[in-house]
Design a protein around this ligand. Structure first.
Ligand code: ZN
Length: 570
């Protein structure tokens, strides 16, 4: 009965479409073949300007460059899969927009913004459609049938417990069975077979070219993984990578599946290790126990047996694809996500230095130049900014972790579980603040010499609005609001002429120290009430912050759209 009704609806719709057909012959509707693009797309596009990303070619020899060329070809297949993961209509739409692009500036902008967003939904504007029809983005992207509701999948899993693992699995696509209309799980290895086979072939060619044993091992295991939907062996091999080429390809993050966060999106990062920066990093890491002892907190809070944390690599990005190349670009990532591998091998944090540099030039510095007192502007320093990001990551590895359980002092408990939903904002804020604190330590001990303390403070203050502009409702933005409000209250940052601000260098260090002590105390005691009161007071916006953000010129980019020189892109 239901089927008959559906069939009828389809016939009626089809009939309607049919009756409209003759009109297509007139000149007026021939132009309606063109996809309508929202008029403000050129200004949206200006928020993600194309920016050339290149790497220091002297870091790779001839053989390694050949390997990289193969990895770029492999990554292009990954890109195609991700386009399909976002929307089943994406590839057809992409062809139409590419043809239409030559028709005029709006069409060109529509095409470019579509490519930058990997789809017609604006990732900077809550997924609003900017190309007709202006329908909402399906919550589960194309991982599930377009018309499937959350409840349908939940009910199906409850009714078919034997299929739960497959339906909820990271590496399956959910579709309807053609005959029964029931939900069915199709493995990625089957659904994306065409592109995965091509990608695997390129990876094997790259593996044959390289004389680096660890890279050969990783690429071979990765090519095998595509056919088996099991990335555990390749993840382990990735953790063991040695040498200048640092590449990771596979289905990892689950954010594109906003319905359930079950399904992993394909992505690729092809990068080269930045040797000089990585050597410096090794030196800082050796000082972590001394930095722990130097934290401004009572001795009883000091964490003397924090294990060696995950390794950090500083790299230069050569090429990215898929989930790694859409909307706002990644400047650092931490993989793998597989808890079994993490337990066995830990995880690796990778910082993309040339991407950070591009973001700083295009977005961070222009904001700072607008907001800082002109007399302090010459003190802005990319090095101070980059090292803050780096020391932020290092500083996640110091400070309280397991603490005495307030309910039973004999027991130890992770501060994360006591601080619950406050933890992310507190921990991100802590990493920022201790990042600055540990930079002071590193400079005092001559480990950092490329900028002075004044440059450090001015850069710190000037860049805060870059993250607050993304929003204060998220952990990083909220953590930044805390720092801004605290530094303002303590007089370390003061208003200057024309809506600008300046740093009071005599007050910056003590203000930072008292903030560090407060954050460390909250984490060391796991005091939820204290943490909540603190965030409610400092982790919020106010008229000054709102007006400052509103006062930023619209034409300051939010982020960049990468143009990869190594792939011959223009
Ligand atoms: Zn962090």
């Amino acid at each position: 009965m239901k089927k008959a009704a559906l069939l009828l609806t389809v016939l009626v719709l089809f009939a309607c479409a049919k009756t409209e057909q003759p009109a297509a012959d007139t000149a007026a509707t021939r132009s309606s073949d063109k996809l309508e693009i929202k008029a403000d797309v050129p200004s949206r596009l200006a928020k993600l300007p194309k920016t050339v990303i290149d790497y220091d070619h002297s870091l790779l020899n001839a053989e390694e460059q050949q390997v990289v060329a193969k990895l770029i070809e492999a990554s292009k297949e990954i890109d195609e899969i991700y386009w399909m993961q976002v929307s089943e209509e994406n590839l057809a739409l992409r062809d139409r927009l590419a043809k239409q692009a030559a028709s005029g500036p709006l069409d060109q902008a529509g095409n470019d913004y579509f490519v930058a967003n990997k789809g017609k939904w604006d990732r900077l504007a809550k997924d609003e459609a900017f190309i007709a029809p202006f329908d909402k983005k399906p919550e589960g992207a194309a991982f599930y049938p377009k018309d499937m509701k959350k409840e349908e999948l939940e009910k199906f899993v409850a009714d078919h417990p034997d299929q739960k693992a497959a339906i909820e699995g990271l590496f399956t696509v959910i579709r309807r069975d053609a005959s029964s209309n029931a939900l069915t799980a199709i493995p990625y290895s089957v659904y994306y077979k065409e592109h995965l086979d091509k990608c695997a072939a390129k990876l094997r060619e790259a593996a044959a070219l390289t004389t680096n044993a660890s890279l050969k091992d990783y690429l071979t295991k990765l090519a095998d993984a595509f056919g088996r939907d099991n990335y555990r062996d390749s993840d382990i091999a990735w953790m063991d990578l040695q040498g200048p080429i640092e590449a990771v390809i596979g289905p990892y993050e689950v954010y594109e599946d906003e319905m359930f966060n079950y399904k992993a999106s394909f992505e690729s990062f092809i990068t080269v290790v930045d040797k000089p920066e990585s050597d410096k990093l090794t030196a800082y890491a050796q000082h972590l126990p001394a930095m722990e002892m130097n934290l401004p907190e009572p001795d009883e809070y000091k964490n003397k047996n924090r294990g060696t944390d995950s390794p950090i690599r500083v790299v230069q990005e050569i090429f990215t694809a898929g989930d790694a190349r859409r909307g706002v670009q990644t400047s650092a990532f931490n993989l793998p996500n597989d808890e079994v591998v993490r337990e066995q091998k830990g995880s690796k944090k990778v910082l993309l230095k040339n991407v950070m540099d591009a973001k700083y030039r295009m977005s961070g510095a222009p904001i700072a130049q607008r907001l800082l007192d002109p007399s302090q502007l010459p003190l802005l320093s990319f090095d101070a900014y980059f090292n803050h990001v780096l020391f932020h990551e290092l500083s996640h590895g110091v400070g309280p972790g397991l603490i005495p359980n307030p309910a039973n002092k004999a027991e130890r408990v992770d501060t994360r579980t006591l601080l619950k939903n406050l933890y992310s904002a507190i921990e991100e804020c802590k990493a920022d603040v201790l990042g600055q604190w540990n930079m002071l330590y590193a400079r005092d001990h001559k480990l950092l010499t490329s900028f002075d303390e004044k440059q450090q403070w001015v850069t710190y203050a000037g860049l805060m609005f870059r993250s607050m502009r993304f929003g204060i409702d998220e952990a990083h933005g909220r953590g930044t609001a805390v720092q801004w409000n605290w530094m303002r209250e303590k007089g370390a940052i003061v208003p200057a002429a024309n809506g600008t601000f300046s740093v009071d260098f005599t007050k910056a260090r003590p203000a930072l120290q008292s903030l560090a002590t407060e954050l460390l105390t909250i984490e060391a005691t796991g005091d939820f009430a204290r943490g909540e009161a603190f965030l409610n007071k400092y982790g919020v916006s106010n008229a000054e912050i709102d007006n400052t953000i509103k006062g930023l010129p619209e034409n300051i980019p939010v982020d960049i759209t990468p143009v990869f020189a190594a792939a011959g892109e223009k």
